[in-house]
Design a protein around this ligand. Structure first.
Ligand SMILES: [Zn+2]
Length: 103
């Protein structure tokens, strides 16, 4: 298991709430997104959080390969109107465990 955060942002003008092309991308997302994601070695989508007024989002995924997560973002259209970065994550519990083994 490897956790990754997909951090994204778009402009007010390209927001799917304001822009018909972006909205079309969002509405074309398959209802079985999780099974599509599995084709990109994304084992589970753990969270999909959006801030509508900041026009940012954070998705948390359990995935095998960050480059396949990147390809998922491209193929799913996410990258067509969002700037995105994919960041390896650990949990707070992991931080505590690491702290226990320092010095
Ligand atoms: Zn927006």
């Amino acid at each position: 298991m490897a956790l990754y955060g997909i951090w994204g942002s778009h402009t007010v003008e390209s927001c799917p709430l304001n822009n018909a092309d972006s909205r079309k991308v969002v509405l074309s997302a398959p209802p079985d997104l999780e099974s599509v994601a599995k084709k990109y070695k994304i084992n589970k989508i753990l969270g999909t959080y959006h801030s509508p007024l900041e026009h940012t989002f954070l998705w948390v995924v359990d995935a095998e390969d960050p480059f396949m997560v990147q390809q998922f973002c491209i193929d799913a259209g996410v990258a067509s109107f969002n700037a995105a970065k994919i960041v390896p994550l650990i949990t707070f519990k992991d931080v505590v465990e690491k702290c226990k083994h320092i010095g």
